[in-house]
Ligand binder design. Sequence first.
Ligand code: PHE
Length: 324
Amino acid sequence: MQSIKQQLQAVQTLQELENLKVQMSGKKGVLTLAFAQLKNLEGEEKKQKAQELNLLKQEFESIYENKKSELQTLELAKKLEKERIDVSLFTQNKAGKTHYIHLMIEKILDYFSLLNFEVCQGSLIEEDFYNFEALNIPKFHPARDMQDTFYTRDQKVLRTHTSPVQIHTMLNKKPPLRMIAPGAVFRRDYDLTHSPMFHQVEGLMVDEKGLVSFSHLKFILEDFLKSIFGDIQVRFRSSFFPFTEPSAEVDMSCVFCQGEGCRVCSHTGWLEVLGCGMVNDNVFKAVGYENVSGYAFGLGVERFAMLYYAINDLRGFFEVDLRN
Ligand code: PHE
């Protein structure tokens, strides 16, 4: 029995340990047999022997338990070492990175989030009401021609701009509000500088009548463009959108020739980058807002990204080229 105890101290594996346990207290184990022999003894002698055996048993079991947990820990460590996954392998995967359109959207949202504009999202398939009607573009109005587009059979429309998010937001919230809404839009255009799907970011700010003015809009957009494109000049040209009055188109001095005139700016020195204006009262009427004033603006993300990252072919955004 002493030798079994010594062997116990020296075992290296769980298997060896289990073998020893069988030798000790299995059916024909040394201890089992010794306990069986007790029946041949009598009185004091029997009592003493039984005590001895019980002590031995306890001692064996405690060494056994310690040894077992020690070996289990060791074997687990070995197993983990063998099955180790090299997670750094995944970081070397070069296929895939954030798309330029997404990066651009993030930059734009960063600016407006700091000014407490809430990021809102609408749906790509819209009811006529949100995309046109509530934005002061009635049926059969010539303003629809500019955006004549994709309809589903049940007369839903793939949104032609992000402006319907203005309507959803105003119907869901009470003024004052500030929202910024990025997302895909669809138009029936396809040439070198237009694709049938592209992205816009819409902005809207509404507050009590008289609190929001065109000068706020002008300041914000100028500051925004400078924060993205750096040292540029900005100008506002009067324009027309059915959902804003007055409306303006915003140009910035060409980022490639610093306003000298080049191919990108068609030798004008200016690039058109935004549409904006004060929210038309008819839009407020359509959503049931009273005694408020507000401004709205919309921009094309692809155009921004082409200017920001100096990309000269729009199609590159939608093609898969693993080299980039
Ligand atoms: N929705 C307009 C467009 O797609 C842009 C715009 C948005 C203009 C908001 C004014 C105000 O061209």
